[in-house]
Design a protein around this ligand. Structure first.
Ligand code: PAZ
Length: 313
């Protein structure tokens, strides 16, 4: 059974730090509006579905947050302000370049008597300075706001709040919904409070998550440029499902990708046409990122969208 989106919000409490997040969103957007900046909301990483209120176990998905974090950097390069809404511990813009052990491999300790200092090994300095420079620039120019979620419910509360904050930007806002959001959940009132017992078999019944694109497009940000993603594992379903979503929600674009090839190829599905954006094996080997092509194409589409919507008014 599918509950309505209103029901979902009625039955799930907002996250603990929700008021602070709302304030951050509102004030960030107000500052961008004053500066006449375009703003993109990038959602990134996967949502969890808790199996207990005191959560020990949860259902998760594969998303590492690569698409979102890489795209956020390219949007900043194109002078957009970015609200980066991401799953705790998934990849973040800039720091993604130094994830895990990489950062330790880049450093060396220098001992001088009692004192020790740390320096970056010369072969890494140039790259580190470049990334650090871009990161500091985004912060100094007040162009980057990062907010986190973990569960589906936190994601949905934050998403609605971000949309409500962005609505005043009208056609200057892009929603770039790259997060891998669960399609199923266990309603809060059906969750066990404590860790589920392992001495008996457990049957879990999952409900369908309400289709949040519907109110998002028609009510929350009706004038924004909305881009959703469609992930499939069966090539035969990919484009028809993407087009189905576009026809149903009437937003601007679906970016369709296959789990196996998502880093090399995507298809833009719009009202006008479908077209493939891809990297050659050579480009991929050289470390080129498909997000650069995606964002470049999107920025052009957004420009045309702004022009056409301003002509209509
Ligand atoms: O985060 P990641 O780079 O590992 O994966 C990106 C992605 C496949 C989650 C994204 O491109 C996407 O398709 N998001 C929507 C998934 C969905 O259909 O719910």
């Amino acid at each position: 059974m599918e509950t309505t989106w209103e029901d979902f919000y009625n039955k799930h409490l907002p996250p603990q730090d929700f008021i602070q997040s709302e304030t951050l969103l509102k004030t960030f957007v107000e500052r961008q509006l004053k500066k006449n900046n375009k703003v993109v909301l990038v959602t990134s990483g996967g949502t969890t579905i808790p199996l207990e209120h005191n959560t020990v176990r949860f259902v998760d998905n594969f998303s590492a947050g690569t698409r979102g974090s890489v795209s956020a950097e390219y949007f900043l390069e194109k002078e957009y302000a970015v609200i980066f809404m991401y799953r705790v511990n998934s990849l973040e813009p800039f720091s993604r370049h130094f994830k895990g052990q990489k950062i330790l491999d880049m450093l060396e300790v220098n001992r001088q008597g009692e004192k020790s200092t740390i320096t970056v090994l010369p072969q890494y300095t140039e790259n580190l300075i470049k990334v650090l420079h871009r990161y500091k620039e985004a912060l100094n120019q007040d162009k980057l706001l990062q907010l986190t979620f973990t569960t589906l419910s936190e994601y949905l509360w934050l998403l609605r709040s971000a949309c409500q904050a962005l609505a005043c930007l009208k056609n200057k806002a892009i929603l770039y919904l790259a997060a891998a959001v669960s399609d199923f959940y266990i309603p809060s009132n059906e969750l066990s409070v404590h860790k589920m017992s392992s001495s008996e078999t457990q049957t879990i019944s999952l409900q369908l998550v309400p289709k949040i694109l519907a109110p998002l497009v028609s009510l929350w940000v009706p004038e924004a440029f909305v881009v959703s993603f469609k992930l499939e594992t069966d090539e035969n379903l990919l484009i028809s499902k993407a087009r189905g979503a576009l026809n149903k929600y009437k937003h601007n674009l679906v970016i369709a990708n296959m789990l196996q090839t998502r880093k090399q190829q995507v298809t833009f599905v719009s009202q006008e046409n479908n077209y493939v954006i891809s990297l050659s094996n050579e480009q991929l080997k050289k470390g080129e990122e498909i997000e650069r092509l995606i964002v470049t194409a999107l920025v052009e589409k957004h420009k045309s969208f702004i022009k056409s919507t301003e002509k209509d008014n």
